[in-house]
Ligand binder design. Sequence first.
Ligand code: FAD
Length: 392
Amino acid sequence: MSDTHTVRAFLEADHHPWGAAMAAFAARALAPRAEPPSDDEARAEARALLGILGAEGAFTPIGGRDLRACCLAREAIAAASPLADAVWALQGLGITPLLVSGSDELRERWAEPALAGEVMSAFAMTEPGAGSDVGSMATRAVRDGDAYVLDGHKWLISNAGIADYYVVFASTEPEAGSRGISAFVVPAGTEGLTYAGAQVMSAAHPLGELRLEACRVPVGHRLGEEGRGFMLGMATLDQLRPTVGAAACGMAERALREALDHAVSREQFGKPLADFQLIQEKLGRMAIELTASRMLVYRAAYEKDLGAERITTEAAMAKAYATEAAQRVIDDAIQIVGGLGVLASHPLDRLYRSIRALRIYEGATEIQHLIVGGTMVADAKASAGASGGEGA
Ligand SMILES: Cc1cc2nc3c(=O)[nH]c(=O)nc-3n(C[C@H](O)[C@H](O)[C@H](O)COP(=O)(O)OP(=O)(O)OC[C@H]3O[C@@H](n4cnc5c(N)ncnc54)[C@H](O)[C@@H]3O)c2cc1C
């Protein structure tokens, strides 16, 4: 559920009905759908959810570049279905680079139907040897006439094997490190691109490996200039990290609701659990962390919507804090619910398994901390340099 009141200082008038509509849609159309019991079923369910989300217009704010509306959508969707949230996340990651740097042809062919939920996108950056250290990627793209020839191995890729197109990052100039990376649109079915198998998570989430072997991609499928792929990837992640924080808020909010409902109805030692101060303290701490998370998430989205070119620091703070806080809130919620909370059929168990990955994907928490700390140090050094490096 999206609590637009708490963050109203960061919202425009039309965000409130949008948040309410997304919450009503998620409760009606997503919450009743059970978590698929196997990876194969999760893949089929992800494709079904794509159509449901698209028909509802849930991806529209990605195209409208309304980051606060994106956050409201993800918050509502994640509270009802972490798998539907993963589907939303990957549409965001796969569409945004095309909107920023794609040709008219690529936008019409892939981004527009993806916004309607008619085609599924994916974002293939991570490799066995290149996780946090994206600049060390080994996938190569070599120019050959009017095409590039891609060779490499991607893993931990969401929607691998079920996407209709992949935004693939590859090095066009290995000696230039991150400045030598370019991004390409590679449609599924392109000769030389193969799905190399699933990487099965404990929560329903279609994840897997891709191989690129002499995979020819037309020059027109490059996104932006050669060597600008790393910047494009980082700008995309900047923009979408607040939405990861929003998804974490949705999951935490659902957990808090489950815990509160349980605490007021469950009696032990002759009275409801909610009457014990130790339970009230836990609930209070959970609510404070959730509210603080929302403030950081919507602050970051607000800055972007107001025209900030990059929101690197704000997005890093929002993603790191909200995902870590959500993990604690969900854990506390299970503690309040007790044994029932760890049953596989309980919504809290699904949230517990689902939230874990948000602390890792799109840049692990430690990397977000490094972004914030590194920026502070760079600013401090710059201002020391500007003042001649002399103390007061
Ligand atoms: C569910 C899920 C979905 C994903 N989907 C996608 C996708 O669609 N596309 C895609 O490209 N990738 C995807 N990923 C991959 C994800 O982006 C990477 O897992 C992430 O970037 C971390 O990389 P790594 O797993 O290789 O960990 P590593 O980079 O090996 O890091 C391991 C640990 O070391 C820490 N660490 C690393 N460097 C430093 C440092 N300098 N200082 C301090 N600590 C450090 C990290 O914070 C982390 O805690 C997905 C991952 C998951 C779990």
